[in-house]
Ligand binder design. Sequence first.
Ligand SMILES: CC(C)(COP(=O)(O)OP(=O)(O)OC[C@H]1O[C@@H](n2cnc3c(N)ncnc32)[C@H](O)[C@@H]1OP(=O)(O)O)[C@@H](O)C(=O)NCCC(=O)NCCS
Length: 182
Amino acid sequence: MIQAPRTLITNRLILRRLLLSDAEAVFEYGSNPEVTRYMVWRNHTAIQDAVAFLEQCTCSWNTGKEFCWAITVKPEDQAVGTISCRIEQSEADFGYVLNRKYWGQGYATEAVHSVMSWLMNLPDVDRIWATCDIDNRASARVLEKSGLQYEKTVPRAIIRPNLALTPRDTLVFSWERAEGLW
Ligand SMILES: CC(C)(COP(=O)(O)OP(=O)(O)OC[C@H]1O[C@@H](n2cnc3c(N)ncnc32)[C@H](O)[C@@H]1OP(=O)(O)O)[C@@H](O)C(=O)NCCC(=O)NCCS
């Protein structure tokens, strides 16, 4: 099983493992409809939703199913968002979310860069991909800035329960290891 780093450090951020004590910070952004609009999970309505999420993160990390880091902005230790990735054989995918107060400062792109750098250094991973809703322009821009290429639009692919109960068109972006480099 792949062991993910507990901490990833960038110029301005520290990505670290989530703790149960992050519940209030997770609830702050998880209960903001502007933040959760395009997410695949329902807007949090009680702190228990954040606690359940954190418990699931611990379990997924320990079994290697998914690695989810808190995004913290130095020098504070507050979780202002999360970034997570899953690795399945030669492919990895990732997703992210940020507290509304921290948008527009390049933090998501910085966090993605850090996780992608780790993934790109895993020799068995030769494709990294991510999706976003067709209307989620900020997220699509983060993926472009992070060096992923737009691959395709999949019609009616993913339900975004805070927007609609019918599946919505989804953009797929990816990075592939160039053949012959290894
Ligand atoms: C998507 C999200 C993580 C971006 O975080 P961020 O730290 O603000 O992102 P960055 O600052 O690194 O980059 C955002 C880019 O999108 C651009 N952008 C923002 N809103 C935009 C819009 N409505 N239309 C077009 N571009 C937009 C910004 O100008 C910036 O690009 P630039 O650097 O070329 O100017 C944040 O908005 C968020 O948490 N949204 C809710 C959760 C979510 O949608 N997660 C992704 C699920 S796939």
